[in-house]
Design a protein around this ligand. Structure first.
Ligand SMILES: Nc1ncnc2c1ncn2[C@@H]1O[C@H](COP(=O)(O)OP(=O)(O)OP(=O)(O)O)[C@@H](O)[C@H]1O
Length: 240
């Protein structure tokens, strides 16, 4: 489904991402972990087109998408959820989703037509993202955790097949983190997800497989059990 081969990004003399290969299997939750500066966010930026790779390929459903513009990559079904949520403070959840939900006919209708046609889809996405009761709340009045769900909802609304999460639980308290975990579990199987996360308990609990990056390179990929038992991981990542 999505496969990254030999991906490399150099910033001057710094090799931020160094010959990274990883494969996302259909429907899996794949954790991406590593110490600060390991190259996790840069890897995601290379997949989403925010950055162009120095070398390497990103193959998605049989097409090399490396170097395409971010909009083209989004259109192909790769969505991204940001660490810092971007929203319009005075706009309701419904309005956000109305702007984001992909028109199933892929045609641009009138504002009225769009509104009428898409209300069911807007409600479905809001329910999925735990915002079913907040459709008429303006974004600035959502609780902190709910703002993160709004960001996730926007990714779901554009009909993504693959979702790349950059620290979905960053800055959230324990109960909000638990709700993020619940949400990711609910999405499991319907979406293919790559999740950068510093909360190791969360990553271990949700991931089918985990890739560990260190100094830009892949240290290992395996099941959560394999990864925590890996001697290299213990040494460089857990400091043991
Ligand atoms: N635009 C850039 N220009 C120069 N160096 C960069 C740029 N973006 C990232 N880097 C460097 O590349 C390396 C990898 O950064 P990256 O943000 O991908 O790491 P990370 O694993 O996501 O770290 P963190 O967990 O702290 O977010 C770091 O040394 C960082 O300083």
């Amino acid at each position: 489904m999505l496969s990254v081969e030999g991906l490399t990004k150099e910033f001057g003399s710094l090799v931020a991402v160094d010959d990274v290969s990883l494969e996302l299997r259909q429907g899996e939750i794949h954790g991406l972990i590593g110490p600060n500066g390991a190259g996790k966010t840069t890897t995601i930026n290379l997949i989403t087109g925010e950055l162009s790779p120095t070398r390497g390929s990103v193959e998605f459903n049989g097409e090399d998408i490396a170097g395409l513009a971010p909009e083209q990559i989004t259109q192909r079904g790769i969505g991204r959820s940001f660490q810092v949520v971007q929203y319009f403070p005075e706009m309701t959840v419904r309005k956000h989703l109305r702007l984001a939900v992909r028109d199933p006919t892929r045609t641009v209708g009138t504002a009225f037509g769009r509104r009428e046609d898409l209300s069911e889809e807007i409600e479905r996405v809001a329910e999925l993202a735990h915002l079913g009761d907040e459709l008429d709340t303006v974004a600035k009045n959502l609780a902190h955790g709910q703002q993160r769900f709004l960001d996730i909802a926007l990714t779901l609304a554009v009909d993504s097949e693959v979702i790349l999460f950059d620290e979905p639980a960053a800055g959230l308290n324990q109960s909000e983190t638990d709700e993020v975990k619940e949400l990711l579990e609910e999405l499991r199987g319907d979406y293919t997800m790559l999740v950068i996360e510093h909360d190791i308990d969360l990553v271990r609990a949700i991931s089918d497989r985990i890739t560990v990056l260190h100094n830009g390179a892949v240290l290992t990929t395996g099941t959560p059990e394999e990864v925590v038992e890996n001697t290299d991981v213990k040494e460089v990542y857990l400091g043991e």
